[in-house]
Design a protein around this ligand. Structure first.
Ligand code: AMO
Length: 428
């Protein structure tokens, strides 16, 4: 079994162990040196002595961030900070790091965000940055666990497609042999088709591409979309799934990561469903009373969202958006045809999810293609699934990076993206 730094306290004093990691720092006193070894669970001090190591001279010249394998005796009565130390009798150099490093891992001097992203492989060695993705992984595990225990089937739909789902403008075009294809903006059309196939409850975690030119702290050109679609369901039903899955995933993450979760957001705590709900029209009314001049049909600016967010603690839904602000597949409200059975889930002032009940009548869909100026021919494969038995259905799509960004109070969505793709960045 592999041993990690955070296992050392559970082992016996004087036990012989082998541990692998990066050389974070060295301190040298001629025939004796101390190495601070780091793995992704923590750091430990290694003592290396000339008279016990055959390759001492090589070890003496070790550079920071080289990768080594240390074998030796565990000393649990050490005077080092952590109280644990390894007296090495063998150190193997597995990979030698060149100098100077493009950026430091523990250096106090901060580098700009671009330099960090250009050297992301090393930036992610910083424990606080690695933690973001450990958090993300646990959160996603919690969401999957919730979906799985509620009989959702996890699916994988194509990302190279022939038609736009979320509107024509924000598409990345790619060459597909003799034809043009696009990178999919959302699994929307495919998750709906699967409802006609009788899958009943589907969910997908996958990349979504948006050729949006905005260069903001909330926009990525490739993000991870968590999508669900449920047969015989309406907007309220899937809002319930959303709030309960969030509550479950956050509870799981806090339980798994313990007090570490408070590193970024000291007020992070379990959340309780149901989340508060406000309609679009009530939001307009509230904003008009708080210094914004908004008319029915206007979208909310980031500034307006900040004011609205002040009314709530963290998660809240904005429901019943106007038809003009929602995509063609959104079901109108039976009580008011200007409104839809749609919702956004907000976390503080940022939208993290959009969802709705969908239109399941193909004649209504055809009308909407016309109204929204879409070419019906591009949607034949989709419409076909509506002609031969399509249940009423509803679903939502949630941006994973935005969720993590908000829960951890990060200032930029790129912080919660391993290798961000934005208006100017396509590498690494
Ligand atoms: P929408 O386009 O609102 O809805 O996207 C759903 C969620 O995905 C995230 N998101 C983004 N995250 C980072 N950068 C972006 N450029 C970006 N664009 C969207 C947000 C957003 O709330 N098909 C519908 C969903 C549905 O109705 O099922 C859709 O894609 O968190």
């Amino acid at each position: 079994m592999r041993i990690y730094v955070n296992n050392l306290n559970e082992l016996n004093d004087n036990e012989r162990i082998t541990i692998n990691g990066w050389v974070q720092e060295t301190r040298k006193i001629k025939n004796l040196m101390f190495i601070i070894l780091r793995d992704n669970t923590g750091i430990v001090q290694v003592t290396a002595k000339k008279n016990t190591l055959s390759n001492y001279n090589e070890i003496y010249d070790l550079t920071r961030e080289s990768v080594i394998s240390v074998s030796g005796i565990l000393n649990k009565k050490s005077v080092s900070k952590s109280g644990v130390e390894i007296n090495a009798d063998k150190i193997e150099i597995l990979s030698y790091a060149e100098t100077p490093l493009p950026m430091g891992v523990i250096d106090k001097v901060s580098v700009d965000f671009d330099t960090r992203l250009n050297n992301r492989f090393i930036d992610l060695r910083k424990p606080e940055n690695f933690f973001i993705f450990k958090f993300e992984s646990e959160l996603l595990f919690g969401i999957r666990e919730y979906m799985n225990s509620n009989n959702f089937i996890e699916v994988h739909t194509p990302k190279t497609v022939a038609a736009a789902t979320e509107g024509g403008a924000d598409l990345f075009k790619v060459k597909y042999f003799e034809k043009d294809a696009y990178l999919n903006q959302s699994p929307q059309l495919y998750k709906e088709i699967l409802i006609s196939s009788g899958f009943d409850k589907v969910f997908e975690v996958g990349p979504a591409f948006r050729a949006e030119k905005e260069n903001t702290v909330r926009h990525l050109n490739e993000f991870t979309s968590i999508d669900i679609e449920v047969a015989f369901a309406d907007d309220n039903y899937v809002m319930g799934i959303l709030e309960n899955s969030m509550a479950h995933a956050i509870k799981h993450t806090i339980k798994k990561l313990g007090s570490d979760v408070f590193k970024y957001n000291s007020s992070l705590g379990e959340v309780k469903a149901p989340f508060p709900r406000i309609t679009y029209e009530e939001s307009i009314y509230y904003l008009n009373n708080n210094g914004f001049k908004l008319n029915f049909g206007d979208d909310f600016s980031p500034e307006a969202m900040k004011i609205l967010a002040g009314k709530f603690d963290n998660f809240y839904f904005i429901t019943k958006w106007p038809v003009d602000l929602r995509p063609f597949y959104t079901m109108p409200d039976e009580n008011n045809p200007e409104l839809t059975k749609s919702f956004d889930l907000q976390l503080n002032d940022i939208e993290i999810t959009s969802g709705a009940q969908r239109i399941h009548n193909y004649k209504m869909l055809e009308q909407n293609f016309l109204i929204k100026g879409l070419n019906k021919n591009n949607f034949e494969f989709y419409e076909k699934a509506f002609k031969y038995g399509m249940p009423p259905h509803a679903g939502w799509g949630l941006g994973l990076e935005r969720l993590v960004m908000n829960l951890l109070h990060l200032s930029n969505v790129r912080e919660s993206t391993l290798f961000p793709r934005d208006r100017t960045r396509l590498s690494p």
